[in-house]
Design a protein. Sequence first.
Lengths: 398, 185
Amino acid sequence: MQAYIDQLIQQGSFAGMPKELVYAIAMVVAALVVLSVFVAPLAGVTSWLERRVWARMQSRVGPNRVGPQGILQWLADGIKNLLKEDLIPSAADAKLFSLAPYVVFMGFLCTFVVIPFGGNLIVADLNIGILYILAVTSLVVVGILMAGWASNNKWSLLGGMRSAAQIVSYEIPAGLSILTIIFLAGTLSMQGIIKAQGWGPWDWFLFHNPFTFGAFFLYFTAALAEGNRTPFDIPEAESELVAGYVTEYSGMRFLFFFFAEWGNLYVIGAVATTLFLGGWQVPPLAIFDNNPVLLGAAQFVTFFLKAYMWVFVAMWIRATLPRVRVDQLMALCWKYMVPLSFVCLLGTVGFMFVPANLQRITSAAMAGLGLALVIIFFIRVTFQIKQAKPELYFKPHI
Amino acid sequence: MSVASYVKDITDAVSSTFEGMSITFSHLVRRPMTIQYPDKIPVPVQETLPHRYRGILEVDLDICTGCLACERDCPITCITIGIEMNKETKQRQFTHFDIDVCKCMYCGLCSEACPTGAIRHSQEFEGASYNPGGLVRHFAPQPQNLYKPKKGGETEPKLITKVDIGQKYLDEFATPDGGAAAEEE
């Protein structure tokens, strides 16, 4: 993108303006375009899809009145929230209270800088890409703690404290799982990690060896916990804390928290796709050779579908698992996930000494195992469908 | 905590999550249990309700004798009846027969007191209105003559069915024992 702006400056499009100012304006414009064209509709549609998927898994219908199948529900909700009164409690710390949602939002939105949507479609391919993501998502905890403290409400404070403890704890297994991939790829750059993989599942880091296979699930669980998702949503556990740190928020500021939560789901999926699932890699077909636009579109669609599949899995987990207790949450992190992620890390390091031929056989075997797991899963699903008693099926007048 | 129990905890967590997710996924392809109200239902809900359901009151003025038993029995006076003598025809007629559904508490005392079964609970329950005045049901929009029961039974065919419906309601549903006597016969 910088090259394109340099070209414009040389053509004299911004006559008389300092170069730094042009860069700054270009960055603001790019951020606004990304926010309004991609992130806002994405988070909105995710919010609708989540309610819909969740409803269907609980044998309900879900929102289906606004637009076809209710797909515009997020617009109605967004407009409603924008028009609501923005309340600030009189006992609250007004400045911190109004700042907190934007800190949370910024922590989530900054990750979009390094998310590789396609081979050339990336805002900035930083050479420390994945480290940058780990760093800026830590901003979220600052915002949440700020919201919890500034609300001057014991539920909010408890929610903020729980959230801080949870996010800080779960960053360790997440970081260690990411470290296994960094060892394998030999780079921190998002594009570099993708280029170290191939388009086929046998070339993905997910199936590289049994330890990366485990590391993937550890990363995904830890990322769910960092995103305050069920079953790890104790910071906003409504049965205990009303709504945790968002208890006192209303209107636009309330919307920002949930904007960040739903957008963050996509970030989790995108990082998992980049690290473990081969990112935007597409098969080297003949039609892509002289058609960079088609190639770019295919890469974008591939990446988007892979990332959105994990968004769906997160919704699915939310519909499946109950919320864990605080002590269970900490026990899961420190007693199970941290040691296991160390095992995965050391195992992968040991595996790097295995001869290349054997490594290729292992990845093929692991890909076969993954396929077998999916098949076993769908056999179980058909079993569950057959097991369901007939009276559980639709009967209009009970 | 032994190593065996540690490993068992992990395998339990993985296998139970796997099994639970297969159950929720099987629900995804099922049809929803809930009925989408008020549209997309094959039969209106009113038709599926039990006969003794105490919905919004309805009055069949054609068989109402104007005895005012319901107005007197109503504990919260939600029924107001006006009866006047028409000077031209020399017959008593209703000037108004209003039931305020806002006030009605669906106790059913009026329908039990009615001698002809003219006032009774319908299966109707949708009373939404933009103003409370819209909930006042006017059963006599224009003056209407009172019903006089004939000795030896009704002869007019239109009224016979209405009298029968009222009597059936009284026998089966509006008795203090809840129609138990009628069921035993």
